[in-house]
Design a protein around this ligand. Structure first.
Ligand SMILES: *[C@@H]1O[C@H](CO)[C@@H](O)[C@H](O)[C@H]1NC(C)=O
Ligand SMILES: *[C@@H]1O[C@H](CO)[C@@H](O)[C@H](O)[C@H]1NC(C)=O
Length: 521
């Protein structure tokens, strides 16, 4: 009798264990993450992307000076700024967007950062704003890019060895550059707010310059990539496709008149940032009066370097929520409808998720969408909770806590809670990408190997199956495919290339989770 009972007990125990095992989620949960470590690294990454003369306190010390002659052929100093990804070109459009997002991270979440990281984030922002100021130092002219991207991409060279032609791409009035100039106005306005307490004089310079570059953007309306002198440089890399991925037809402003309003999202975006930074009513009127003609109501659920709609709606909603300015209600309606696409319980059509739960949009460099959407979720949640408001998703109302949860799922996926059980941030956790598509990281450092490595001599490094010799700490790669699979293949740039605009919004997201690591589900 006793023995039988014991056997039953063992069987029952086995059954319970089996159920427990079957119930285990397929995603590896590693418990709480070290958000502070991730925050530190996400900012450190920007040091690896630096162009120009590096300072004494450079921490990623496998890098050295580069691009010291940038602009000299045109008699202008265009040294500094960031290489935007794994190549050695300085594209003004995504660099300005990166700057806006670093500054927005500081504005919303800077007070949650440890003081040392707040300082590092300001330094990272200033590395970009100092450069952006150079690009608009001459009246009625904007230097939109440095470096011939075709020649650059045909080489696999360290930035320190770079000997490809550093063409300066310039737009002069009356040629339009509403996208680059509008984004530059946004970047400088947002940065002026970020620097207001630590360096008021610099903040004033940024704001004054933003006002001027916005006038350029607004006076000569159109896309910079439609300019014949610039097209070959910007396209197909950073043409303003405005949400249309490279796999789609490149619809630029002039090709399709019906899409004209799509080209001007940076005008509203720049004006919205100028309004927030200056509190000047003329920019409020601009947003109120031009919203319709410039496409604010189009309900385009995109946010990235080439499309500002969802970010614009969130940004302007703050003013509607806090100031009760009724004429801005459509921005809140659009922001709500964007948030509803991210809430599984809502009845609206949803954004695509991988089986492992990652936001997924086709076209490569998917993590840029993940980090920028996670950022908007947190910012909107803050605006809503401060004003005791909710998201209206038709049949249901969604509160700030739910938006926080959605953002946390995305950042935890990036840091390792995913089917591959790996971190997509280089240098964070035990398992992370080893073969990122990045010239500087994959070629021996100039410090270890001072001999020049020419354009085609880099082929042995790009083709090698070895891990990269230099750890680009904090770099977040394009990330896994629709199936959550990541091969860690250097040649697959859509997955293995980091970019500055993946990291910039993540800085703010991580700061939020440093302060709020344990959200209740
Ligand atoms: C507000 O901005 C407009 C446009 O830049 C400018 O003309 C005006 O002087 C500004 N007003 C104030 C009070 O600064
Ligand atoms: C090495 O990479 C280059 C591209 O950079 C490619 O064209 C070439 O075929 C590769 N060579 C080998 C031996 O795999």
């Amino acid at each position: 009798m006793k023995r039988l009972f014991f056997l039953d007990f063992v069987l029952l125990l086995g059954l319970i264990l089996l159920i427990l095992v079957l119930e285990l989620p397929s995603v590896v949960e590693s418990g709480s993450h070290d958000y502070q470590d991730a925050l530190t690294k996400s900012i450190l990454f920007f040091e690896g992307q630096r162009s120009g003369r590096l300072p004494q306190d450079q921490r990623l010390n496998w890098r050295a000076d580069s691009g010291l002659g940038d602009g000299s052929a045109n008699g202008v100093d265009l040294t500094g700024g960031y290489y935007d990804a794994g190549d050695n070109v300085k594209f003004g459009f995504p660099m300005a967007f990166t700057t806006t997002m670093l500054a927005w991270s500081l504005i919303e979440f800077g007070d949650l950062m440890p003081p040392s990281e707040l300082r590092n984030a300001l330094v990272a922002t200033r590395w970009a704003t100092d450069y952006l100021l150079k690009t608009i130092s001459q009246p009625n002219r904007i230097f939109v890019q440095v470096g011939d991207p075709i020649k650059d991409h045909n080489c696999w060279e360290r930035p320190e060895d770079m000997d490809t032609v550093r063409t300066v791409y310039t737009v002069d009035a009356p040629n339009p550059a509403s996208d680059v100039a509008g984004e530059t106005a946004a970047a400088l306005s947002a940065s002026s707010m970020a620097f207001r307490s630590s360096d008021p004089g610099y903040a004033e310079t940024l704001l004054r310059t933003a006002i001027r570059v916005f006038e350029y953007a607004d006076n000569y309306r159109g896309a910079y990539s439609d300019n014949a002198d610039v097209k070959d440089g910007a396209c197909p890399f950073y043409c303003d496709f405005d949400g249309y991925q490279a796999s789609h037809l490149p619809i630029t402003c002039t090709f399709l008149h019906t899409f004209e309003s799509l080209c001007f999202d940076e005008l509203l975006w720049g004006a919205a940032w100028l309004r927030r930074a200056s509190q000047n009513d003329s920019y409020l009127s601009y947003i109120q009066n031009n919203g319709k003609t410039l496409g604010a109501d189009d309900n385009i659920n995109e946010f990235g370097w080439d499309n500002k709609h969802a970010g614009l709606n969130v940004l302007v909603s703050k003013e509607y929520l806090e100031g009760s300015i009724y004429s801005l209600e459509s921005y809140k309606v659009s922001a709500d409808s964007f948030m509803c696409t991210l809430i599984p319980e809502s009845s609206s059509s949803h954004i695509e998720y991988t089986p492992g739960g990652l936001i997924y949009k086709p076209g490569g460099s998917n993590m840029q969408h993940v980090t920028s959407i996670a950022f908007l979720l947190l910012v909107y949640a803050n605006y809503l909770s401060r004003t005791s408001q909710t998201v209206n998703c038709g049949s249901i109302r969604v509160g700030a806590a739910s938006l926080h949860q959605q953002a946390k799922k995305q950042v935890d996926y990036i840091l390792g809670d995913n089917p591959m059980g790996m971190s997509y941030m280089v240098g964070y956790g035990d398992k992370y990408p080893q073969r990122i598509h990045h010239r500087g990281s994959s070629i021996p450092s100039i410090k270890d190997h001072p001999q020049f490595i020419a354009c085609k001599e880099g082929a042995v490094y790009v083709n090698s199956s070895n891990p990269n010799p230099n750890t680009l700490v904090g770099a977040v790669v394009g990330g896994p495919g629709e199936d959550d699979v990541y091969e860690d293949d250097r040649a697959d740039f859509r997955k293995s290339e980091p970019t500055t605009y993946i990291n910039a919004p993540l800085v703010g997201v991580l700061a939020y989770f440093v302060a709020n690591p344990n959200l209740n589900p």
